[in-house]
Design a protein around this ligand. Structure first.
Ligand code: ZN
Ligand code: ZN
Length: 377
């Protein structure tokens, strides 16, 4: 039987929760979150499929093998509570438009330090509380941290020293499964971490601030039956900027507009455009034969794969670091650039843009057409 209809949080409305990563820890999360009765909308993010080796380490059935993780978990959530609206995004977190992550809470079942650092930055800028967890199968450890983005509160990086930054994986975000070593922790330990996360999620959504693990970490040493709490402090020397963005969602700004229309719609002026987490490029380069080729302006992570085949040798093309730009400068834009629609450059509904003018900066979310939601290209 489905849970009783108590789908509301402390603010009297069903909560919106994002779960990133559906592996050792994350595979246990969607069903448990659905059972809290506090959630009306659940967004699931993971690029992978369940494979045979996952069966020992994750909450996976034999019938789930070969299927995308978000698809399997969506079905499970619907079985627990069909009233929950599920948005399944088979994508790397770095490819998801930031607006789709604006929720009441993000739960992270990530297995890389780089991915955690990126999510810390994203969740904080969006002002979304996030719960992180990790396991160490060999030492039988499970830990959970709760981060509340607010002034004077600690973030993930507040506790990092030079050694932590040096240990960052020397890989690009969203590597293939072969590049990221699996935690290989037993499913039981992942389940402990997931259960602790959901307990904290219930407190957070119910507004039980007195008992929430805010700014702290709980570590379960399952081998020695120890339960350790560590409190973290805001670090004034933290490398992360701790900025909280005010994001507007005007109805008139969508990926269908042109760059020129975007500039004209900005009364305060607009000299520079940035898409946090993305870079612009106008050139691609063949990794096999070295051919370099001009290409239309495009967000690097959104270049269609058909444009990344070398016409000379059939090799894979990519964008070199020095062909990437953090910003698009309007004063130097050609007439042809101004006529380009945002979608032709790779912008999606839900993308958050930083629009910068003389001494001003503000954030705008492109409107999400209901028909287009979930299409992360
Ligand atoms: Zn910090
Ligand atoms: Zn080539």
């Amino acid at each position: 039987m489905a849970p009783q209809p108590t789908t509301s949080d402390s603010r009297g409305r069903p909560a919106s929760v994002v779960i990133v990563g559906l592996g050792n820890i994350g595979s246990h999360l969607p069903s448990q979150v659905a059972r809290t009765g506090q959630v009306g909308r659940l967004t699931l993010v993971d690029p992978d499929v369940y494979e045979a080796p996952n069966q020992r380490c994750q909450d996976v059935a034999a019938s789930d093998l070969g299927k995308s993780k978000v698809e399997v978990q969506t079905r499970r959530v619907r079985r627990v509570d069909p009233r929950i609206e599920v948005l399944a995004l088979r994508a790397c977190i770095e490819d998801v438009p930031l607006g789709l992550l604006r929720a009441d809470l993000i739960l992270a079942g990530l297995d890389s330090r780089v991915a955690r650092m990126n999510l810390n930055s994203t969740a904080w800028h969006l002002g979304v509380p996030w719960i992180d967890a990790a396991v160490d199968g060999g030492s039988m450890l499970a830990r959970v941290n709760v981060y509340l983005p607010r002034e004077g509160a600690p973030c993930l990086e507040c506790a990092w020293d030079a050694g932590d930054y040096a240990a960052l994986e020397q890989i690009f975000p969203c590597p293939s499964a072969a590049q990221t070593p699996s935690t290989n922790a037993p499913a039981s330990i992942g389940a402990v971490a997931a259960a602790m996360m959901v307990v904290e999620a219930e407190k957070l959504l119910a507004g039980d601030d007195d008992h929430l693990l805010a700014g702290r970490q709980v570590m379960c040493d399952l081998r020695h039956h120890a339960y350790l709490i560590t409190a973290y402090r805001f670090n004034p020397n933290c490398r992360f900027d701790h900025e909280l963005w005010m994001i507007e969602t005007p109805a008139n700004k969508s990926p269908k507009m042109t760059l020129g229309q975007l500039v004209e719609s900005e009364s305060a002026g607009c000299s520079m455009l940035r898409v946090p987490g993305h870079r612009f490029s106008r050139a691609v380069y063949c990794l096999s034969c070295g051919r370099s080729q001009a290409a239309p302006l495009r967000l690097v992570r959104r270049i269609p794969s058909v444009r990344l085949h070398c016409p000379d040798c059939g090799g894979t093309m990519a964008v070199r670091g020095f062909d990437m730009r953090e910003t698009f400068d309007f004063p130097s834009a050609s007439r042809a650039d101004r006529r380009r629609t945002l979608s032709s450059i790779g912008f999606c509904p839900g993308d958050v843009l930083s629009i910068e003018g003389p001494g001003t900066r503000h954030f705008v979310q492109l409107t999400a057409d209901r028909n287009e939601r979930g299409q992360v290209s």
